[in-house]
Every structure is written in C-alpha cells, then in structure tokens.
Design a protein around this ligand. Structure first.
Ligand code: BG6
Length: 495
C-alpha cells in the first residue's frame, strides 16, 4: 500500500549518509511501491551544486550501495524526479521560507495535509538551530504530520542529551520526534522480539534460573576510516555502547509487552535501563575495560595505530574498544551478568549475542564421555551471518558413549529467498507511516546516558597509561579477557 504524499527534507543532504544509506533506502521503498507518486526529497547542503549533478552522484551511490545492486534504468528514471538539491546555510531563513511554499503547493494539490519530514543528517552542533528555524517558520506546527528525524549522536553525555531533549520538546511533541538508532531497523534485531514473544518455547527458560550469563559483542574490522575528527571526541562508549549495544541489551532483557504499541514496547525497554545497576566511579575498573588499537595486520596488510590515523590527536586518550559487565537488578535477571563489548580493528566483523545456559543439575555421564563438554548456548547472529544457533550436546556416533556439542541452526540465507530490507528502509518507512516503535524516546536516551556517564567521566578524568593496548586485528585488550575470565567465562568466538 502506498503511503501519504510526503516531502522529506534532508539537512546535510550532500553528506555520506544520504549517498550511502538514505537514498538507496528510499529508492528501494519506491521499487516496492511504498512511496506516493506525490513524493519529494529536498536535500539541503552547504556545497554549491546543480540538482542534475547531485542526482548523478546519488545514482552512483545507489549503484554502489543498494542491496539490489545496480539500479535498473526504468526504476531510477521513476525515482530521480523526486530529488532536488538546494545549497544554503542552515541558518539562512530563505531555506525555510522556500520549504514552506513547497509544502503549501503540495498540500493544495493533494487536498490534504501531507507528511512533512525533516531529517537531520548534520553535525549535531546544528540540531538546535535547525529545530528553532523550523519552529519560527511554522514548519513544525503540524503536530500530526510534521516529524523530525535525528541521527546520532544524541548528546555527548547526560547533561547535553537532557539539554537537547528539553530544547526539542519545547518545539515538538514527543510523538513528532524520531531519534534514530539504526541497529533497531536491522531485521535480525527486530527478530529478537518475534523470537522471544511469538514462541512459547523459550520464554519459560529466559531468566536467572536457567541462564548463566549473556554476552553482547559488536566487533568491527574497520578502523576509524576518515571519521577521526568525529571519533576522537566520541570513542567506543559513546559511538556504540550507549546506543546500539544498550538497545540490544534491552531487547534481550525486557519483559513481555502487552501489545505492539510504540509506547508499550518503549516502556518495557526503559524498565530494563532503569534496572541496570549503576557502576560507581570507584568501581569502574572492576566492571569496565577500555582499549585503543595500535598498529597491526589485517588480511596481510599493515594497518596504522589509532593515534596515527587522520585527524586523531597523537596522544589521544579516546577508547576504540570498550567492554562492560552489567547487572539488571530485577526478579528475572538478578545476579546474571551481561557482558558487552564493542571495538574497532578487531579480528572479525560481527555482531553476536550469546545466551549461555546453566549446566545440567546433575552430570550422569562418566568423565570420558564429557571431555568435550560445552554449556548450552543460544547464539543470535545479528550480522554478517544472520540467524540463530542453539548449541547442545549430542552423542557422537560410535561404539562408546561420547558427547560432543552440535548446532541447531536457523539462518536467513537458507530460509528466506526474498531480499532482506536494510535497516534504513524499515526506519524511513516507519517515519513516513508515523510509527515510532523502533525509535528512541527521550527518557530512554537519558536513561542510557545515566548508565554510561560514570564510566565516561572516569575514563576522561584518568587518561589511560597504557594506550595503545591492543594490536589491530586482534580481539581487544587483555583487560577485557580478564573482565570475563574472572567469573570463569570467556567471550564466544564465532566460527
Ligand atoms: C555507527 C557508528 O553508529 O555504527 C560507526 O558511528 C559504526 O562507528 C557503525 O561503524 C556500525 O554500523 P553497522 O550497521 O555497520 O554495524
């Protein structure tokens, strides 16, 4: 079904996100016939450029990054006319006045209110100013159909996140705000809800009585690439843990929702964040480990250390790896550790959640039979492998009773023939349809910052004396291994 007539204005339209993600996503939505014929994409950037040149560049982006590969001519020709490029300073009122006129014309033609979506793909320093200008021009006034989409980072700590929320909420209603966490748009991430709450099989064991611990690991092979200027003021805690990793933790730990209503789901997730035990600044070293990569090797190539990357301070104290042990202090999870970690220049690129179950209460097999014993584990592969594996013991065929672990596997590749939409397709369609379920509410963002803040402050105030402390292409620092090994556990390695 087609959605309403829509004008989507992308501030920061000439940037990477538009080129790599947003336009390929909108293009695919149009192929799948979600977009109305009355659809307009206005990209505003500071670079001077003709629309025709700009469209050519976007075409190239689609060819490179769309999940469907190179665009079919017919499909591109049907989509390209939606796009218009405008150059200008975000503080210049003309931009907003012009936009207002476009919207009026569109609404007249449509004979109804249209969706007015403002997408902030800009440096966060412009968030408040743009919101203010939208407000002054009356562009934010339609409480139902004017929507603001905000990319991360949402604040740089608790205080700045609060301040930004306060400012935005003085202009918009909460239901007009779509704070993006692109992990929530991923199919495998959405599937955590289906897996947990559409099956009777797992929920009865999803608690402290059966689960020993949980691991959430988001590793990337890439370094900071050309984002040094941003990343050196961010670091792994802010860039990955506060948002993506905490959201994954919420989905694993939340209580069953009563319905699929946006606020119901978000309430249940917020409950998890509120239950997470605060780590005092004095205890940070016990619960958290940080790392920064030094030079190393990846796939036979030598790669530079973080401190010699472009736009990075040669004495930088920024962490490119973080590992934390959390506890969710409620009935379900009392005393179950949740180990999370995320890092750049790791050995592998993968996002994996491991749920490790407790051992059997009594071991009936003789020692020889269980040489190879491994605990039951459920491994939820978010990416690049997509699927779920359950590891259990089986009798190894042979004349003797010998146990060995085997995997029961569900994977997307073999199960679903149809193409899998990208996170941004899901999220953009949700914005167009006005569904905020997969977006972060103000209180969630603040609750996540509250958890991260003491660690952040401790690490900022006490620069590491041993950075760099892991070699590029490895699994992070020793201290992260020690963090989990102290409890007799170890990070799962994915084959
Ligand atoms: C972004 C971070 O939010 O997520 C990047 O800023 C990171 O540093 C990226 O590389 C990872 O996203 P994905 O979808 O590739 O796992």
């Amino acid at each position: 079904t087609k959605t309403k007539p829509t004008i989507i204005t992308i501030f920061g339209g000439s940037g990477d996100l538009t080129w790599r993600k947003l336009i390929p996503a909108l293009f695919n939505l149009n192929i799948d016939e979600w977009l109305n014929e009355q659809f307009k994409i206005i990209c505003i950037g500071r670079t001077e450029m003709e629309t025709s040149k700009f469209v050519e560049k976007l075409h190239d982006g689609v060819n490179q990054f769309s999940r469907r590969g190179k665009a079919q001519k017919k499909e591109w020709d049907a989509f390209a006319p939606f796009i218009e490029y405008r150059s200008g300073d975000f503080n210049n009122k003309t931009i907003y006045n012009d936009l207002k006129k476009d919207i009026q014309v569109f609404e007249k033609e449509a004979g109804e209110s249209i969706n007015k979506i403002y997408y902030l793909a800009v440096n966060p320093q412009f968030f408040e100013d743009i919101a203010e200008k939208l407000h002054e021009t009356g562009l934010a006034a339609d409480k139902e159909f004017a929507r603001l989409v905000i990319e991360k980072p949402f604040g740089t700590d608790l205080a700045t996140a609060k301040q930004l929320n306060e400012k935005l909420l003085s202009i918009f209603d909460e239901k007009q705000l779509y704070r993006i966490d692109h992990y929530l748009g991923k199919e495998t991430v959405q599937n955590i809800l289906a897996f947990r709450f559409a099956n009777a099989l797992f929920e009865p064991i999803w608690n402290r009585n059966f689960i020993d611990h949980v691991q959430i690991s988001v590793s990337e092979k890439i370094g900071v690439e050309d984002r040094g200027a941003y990343y050196d003021h961010s670091g792994a805690l802010r860039d990955m843990i506060q948002n993506h990793v905490m959201q994954l933790l919420c989905l694993i730990a939340m209580e069953p929702p009563v319905s699929f209503d946006a606020d119901e789901i978000r309430n249940k997730k917020a409950d998890v964040l509120h239950a997470i035990r605060k780590i005092n600044r004095e205890a940070v070293h016990e619960y958290a480990a940080r790392g920064q990569y030094g030079a190393g090797w990846q796939e036979g190539d030598q790669v530079p250390g973080y401190r010699t990357e472009k736009n990075v301070d040669p004495n930088s104290n920024t962490e490119t790896f973080a590992a934390i042990k959390f506890f969710v202090d409620n009935w379900r999870w009392s005393n179950v550790p949740f180990y999370v970690r995320s890092g750049k220049r790791m050995q592998q690129t993968n996002s994996v959640i491991t749920v490790q179950f407790k051992p059997v209460p009594h071991q009936s097999f003789p020692d020889e039979a269980i040489e190879n014993w491994q605990p039951n584990r459920m491994i939820i592969n978010i990416q690049p492998e997509m699927g779920i594996r359950i590891r259990f013991q089986a009798k190894k065929p042979g004349l003797k009773m010998q146990l060995s672990p085997v995997d029961m596997v569900f994977n997307y590749k073999d199960t679903y023939a149809a193409g899998i939409p990208e996170g941004y397709e899901t999220l953009l369609l949700d914005v167009i349809e006005g569904d905020a379920t997969l977006f972060m509410r103000a209180d969630q963002v603040e609750a996540a910052w509250e958890i991260i803040n003491p660690i952040l402050q401790t690490w900022t105030d006490n620069p590491s004396v041993n950075f760099p402390n892991y070699v590029a292409g490895t699994n992070g620092p020793e201290t992260a291994e020690a963090l989990i090994a102290r409890d007799g556990n170890n990070w799962t390695t994915v084959p």
